[in-house]
Design a protein around this ligand. Sequence first.
Ligand code: FES
Length: 106
Amino acid sequence: MAKIIYIESNNKLHTIDVQNGLTVMEGAVQNNITGIDADCGGSMACATCHVYVKEEWFDKLPKKEDGEEDMLDMVFEPKKNSRLSCQLIVSDELDGLIVSTPSKQG
Ligand code: FES
């Protein structure tokens, strides 16, 4: 279990306990976080789960696979701390992770 902090584009903050093994995207969808639609259900085909990871967390996450990088090339306003939340699997190590949703997904 890890506390994941989601910040919506309107700065509304949600602290959610997400079970280990779920993805950061699934934690958002199950708790109706605005801005993470996850249209493809986590198969890395839609990029509607795009989030910005708080800088201090970025290097602690598993590296991106090529497919994730390709999808992130297509998102609106990608940044160097962009990730697909469906590729971030929750574990105790991610306790306190902070992600924010891009304004275009709000
Ligand atoms: S849910 Fe579609 S790419 Fe993540």
